[in-house]
Write a new protein. Structure first.
Length: 507
């Protein structure tokens, strides 16, 4: 094997492990001297050798590497690039992973260049996916440019023959890569395209690409058929709450609307403390309007408003988290922070823009303290659809929560797809769902039993009465918050010990 430590094959193989199709077995009888197709259990070295075998050892294949260059974008933002580089890298990786499909792979090369390889796709399919990536990056990164009037594409696509781009030692020929990018840049001035005209292939629905977008996360019709019952995660045939039935109750957010973010102290069973703070958006459309909080601020079907609100939640939360970190005493445990984000924005093609500001948090903060809650999951959501959003969110934080309703159908599939807890927000109860404490506690006890049986945690938001808070704490819920515990505060605070025994008298 010619792959050395600096080999592009080893670098590409690092990402292959998370993208290959585990369900597609290697041929039973591999040809003599051939490296079998890698599986999830293969080593990076064997995967690298397979890539080299597929793309470089047979000159007749005329394989190509595909290049994504952000040199245009880097030059357009000028001195801001050092501050933006890490954020942009996160976005590029998300866009690439979403579009290249299993069995394909990529690696970063320098600060503004990414190399992609498609060992199992036709040349047209490989070009289509590459162009889709640069077009999507261009739509997003254009909004981040600071240079007014800039109309040139900010993400460029080039392709280079493997025989020219990779030397016998597996090292990249950077001169060849730079020449290919320079050729595309020169062409931009005359065509305005982020790729050479010879690379044009269909990128829309007509392309009939079976792995377009997040479809690669679908495990196939023959797998986990029973889990497809999750499609009614919030209950098929159940009447929706009044805010959904009467769109006039809350409409699109108007220009000049006032937004605020408050934090709700949350009791956590692990450690028996007030050790988490959940963000809650407050919307006031005009001076004389009543404030609308939480999920009620989101009108049904209004993706633009959902994106506006969620972007505000993320940006404000990041500001508060960073300010709290600067003022924290060294060695003092920091609380978890819970960000509720709507399904409408997380399932949209603009979700990278919604979560963009999270890259301002350190990796350690995201991995140890950040929790994202998905709410307003619509009826008819299938398991693969939910799994794709959970997978996207899971890469940004420590754990993922899913908020449901009293009428929701719960299933153990939530744990399998990466959800750590499911829960309820009592402020979302419809008038016909209101009940006295005895009835509510009986329902909550049943929920706790079901989630325990299914191997997943449970939580309760917006508990107004101390008796409910005490019973939930004693009954085995993982988290609880609401006015019956503590009132909302302007920013996350410290971890406060709160042993279960303190709540015994409140039952």
């Amino acid at each position: 094997m010619s792959a050395t430590m600096g080999s592009v094959w080893l670098r590409l193989a690092q990402s292959l492990k998370t993208l290959w199709d585990e369900d597609k077995p290697a041929p039973a009888n591999a040809a003599a001297g051939k490296v079998p197709r890698p599986t999830a259990r293969s080593s990076v070295e064997s995967a690298a050798e397979w890539l080299e075998q597929m793309l470089a050892r047979d000159p007749s294949i005329k394989a190509k590497l595909h290049v994504i260059s952000l040199l245009e974008y880097r030059e357009s933002v000028g001195e801001k690039w050092p501050r933006l580089a890490d954020k942009v890298a996160i976005i590029v990786e998300q866009v690439v992973r979403r579009n290249i499909g299993r069995g394909s792979t990529f690696c970063r090369d320098g600060e503004d260049c990414w190399i992609m390889a498609f060992p199992e796709l036709s040349p047209d399919d490989a070009r289509r996916r590459t162009i889709t990536v640069v077009e999507e990056l261009g739509r997003f990164l254009y909004g981040q440019q600071q240079a007014s009037g800039q109309e040139r594409p900010v993400a460029l696509a080039a392709e280079v023959a493997v025989s020219e781009a990779v030397g016998p030692d597996g090292e990249l020929n950077h001169g060849c890569i730079h020449s290919a990018v320079a050729e595309v840049r020169a062409n931009v001035s005359t065509t305005g395209l982020p790729y050479l005209p010879t690379q044009v292939v269909k990128t829309g629905p007509a392309a009939n690409d079976p792995l377009q977008g997040w479809a690669a996360l679908d495990r196939g019709p023959d797998l986990r058929k029973e889990d497809m019952q999750w499609e009614t995660i919030e209950g098929t045939g159940v009447k929706k709450p009044a805010a959904y039935l009467d769109p006039s109750i809350v409409g699109p957010i108007p220009p000049g609307a006032a937004l605020a973010l408050v934090w709700r102290p949350t009791w956590v069973a692990v450690g028996e403390a007030i050790s988490a703070y959940s963000a809650r958006v407050v919307r006031r459309d005009h001076d004389k309007a009543d404030p609308v909080e939480g999920c009620w601020a989101y009108p049904e079907g209004d993706v633009a408003t959902a994106i506006t609100l969620d972007r505000f939640v993320v940006n404000s939360a990041v500001r508060d988290i960073r300010n709290a970190a600067r003022n924290a005493q060294e060695g003092v445990p920091q609380p978890s922070v819970i960000l509720p984000l709507s399904w409408q924005s997380l399932a949209s093609d603009q979700r990278q823009g919604v979560v963009f500001a999270l890259s301002d948090l350190t990796q350690d903060t995201r991995n140890t303290r950040l929790v994202i809650e998905i709410f307003h999951i619509p009826d008819g959501t299938t398991t693969p659809e939910l799994e794709s959003v959970v997978s996207f969110v899971g890469g940004l934080c420590r754990e993922v929560l899913v908020r449901t309703r009293l009428s929701s159908h719960r299933t153990s599939v939530a744990a399998e797809i990466g959800v750590s807890k499911i829960g309820l927000d009592l402020s979302e109860l419809r008038p016909e769902e209101k009940m006295d404490d005895e009835q509510l506690l009986a329902v909550l006890a049943r929920i706790q039993e079901e989630t325990t049986r299914d191997g997943i945690g449970c939580y309760l938001w917006s508990a107004r009465r101390k008796r409910v808070v005490g019973s939930v704490v004693q009954g085995g819920f993982d988290m609880v918050n609401g006015p019956g515990l503590m009132k909302d505060i302007p920013r996350p605070a410290i971890v406060l010990p709160a042993p279960k025994t303190r709540f015994a008298a409140a039952e």
